[in-house]
Ligand binder design. Structure first.
Ligand code: SF4
Length: 189
């Protein structure tokens, strides 16, 4: 792994520069609501682990948000276990792997859930607004929405990557962590 560690103090900046839209959305909702449901905690938590957020930092990060909503005590009792679990520190000690695009795209978020793939699960109106916030507009936006209408969600994500970074992504996007790594590579050159 080339990006073996990230620091908690850089996480907001990394979220806005290098997270794909699915993770950016979860991250923003967590910061906004100080809470995410199980599906969102899994999708974002495993992504952050693979990005290189260490267990202690992950616990501090989730706790700083959740404790504003449910209190520190309840966080420690009800939520810290599953974070340790994702890092293979509890239960069967499996080192869980982050979700690939196909898994995220085929998930079925319900009302109040924020996991899933925005290209697949957002209304066109919400997707337009989310892409606008990333600075994507004009011809690029039209091309992306065309791909979404023809159900080529990963191609839409690849076009977003290219618009945001003004660089090509020849391999195409098939994993949120691949998006992150390609973004960091592009920004560092
Ligand atoms: Fe995330 Fe993959 Fe959807 Fe892009 S295509 S938003 S990386 S699930």
């Amino acid at each position: 792994k080339e990006f073996s560690e990230i620091s908690l103090k850089d996480i907001d900046q990394l979220a806005s520069s290098s997270f794909p839209l699915c993770m950016r959305h979860l991250f923003d909702k967590l910061r906004e609501n100080h809470h995410l449901k199980h599906g969102g905690r899994m999708q974002l938590g495993l992504f952050l682990k693979a990005v290189g957020l260490k267990l202690e930092d992950a616990l501090a990060f989730w706790k700083s948000e959740f404790s504003q909503k449910v209190g520190a005590e309840r966080f420690d009792k009800e939520y810290s276990y599953s974070i340790r679990h994702n890092y293979g520190k509890e239960g069967k000690r499996t080192d869980y792997t982050p979700y690939a695009c196909h898994k995220i795209i085929s998930s079925t978020p319900s009302v109040g859930d924020h996991h899933g793939c925005p290209y697949r699960h957002f209304s066109e109106e919400n997707l337009r607004a989310a892409l606008g916030k990333m600075g994507v507009g004009g011809r690029s936006l039209d091309d992306i929405l065309d791909k979404v209408r023809s159900r080529h969600y990963q191609v839409a994500c690849t076009l977003t990557f290219e618009a945001v970074h003004a660089a090509s992504c020849d391999s195409g996007i098939n994993h949120p962590n691949q998006y992150f790594e390609a973004s960091q590579k592009t920004l560092q050159t």
